[in-house]
Ligand binder design. Structure first.
Ligand code: ZN
Length: 151
């Protein structure tokens, strides 16, 4: 389905799609946000235990395409235990990565999404969980939707 993504990247995405990490509700969450991408039909809910400025625990539930699930799964894996500042920095890096194919700094496994910029319709799938995370950090009550995004 993604001819231009190399095999390793495809494997990581398929692995996280089939076996998403931290894929459950989080009863102790003190923040949560929903994200919807009507174009693709992706919807997810992100749960967050915010302890001061530390993202103590993160999980998600929902349904959607492989890209959206893998992105959410990798998000939870990468940001658990990190700070709000780390999360905001990583959001900016991922946003740049999926829209341009490049990002400043090391994004770890999230580099698997570099090829997504060649598929404009998939950019919203890849960034959905990240918008939900930013919504949860801000404490937004309204669901976030990719349709308010210009890119
Ligand atoms: Zn999608």
């Amino acid at each position: 389905m993604f001819e231009d993504l190399n095999d390793l990247y495809q494997q990581v995405i398929l692995d996280h799609c089939k076996q998403p990490r931290n894929f459950h509700e989080l009863p102790s969450a003190n923040r949560s946000a929903q994200g919807r991408n009507p174009v693709c039909g992706d919807q997810l809910k992100l749960f967050l235990v915010l302890d001061g400025d530390t993202l103590r625990d993160i999980s998600f539930t929902g349904s959607g395409c492989c890209i959206s699930k893998a992105s959410a799964s990798l998000l939870t894996e990468q940001l658990k235990g990190k700070t709000r500042a780390d999360a905001e920095k990583t959001f900016a890096q991922v946003h740049e990565l999926v829209t341009t194919g490049q990002s400043a700094g090391d994004v770890g496994k999230l580099a698997v999404f570099a090829g997504v910029h060649k598929y404009p319709a998939r950019v919203k799938c890849a960034i959905l969980a990240w918008h939900a995370l930013m919504g949860a950090l801000k404490g937004d009550a309204e669901p976030v939707t990719t349709e308010s995004e210009q890119d």
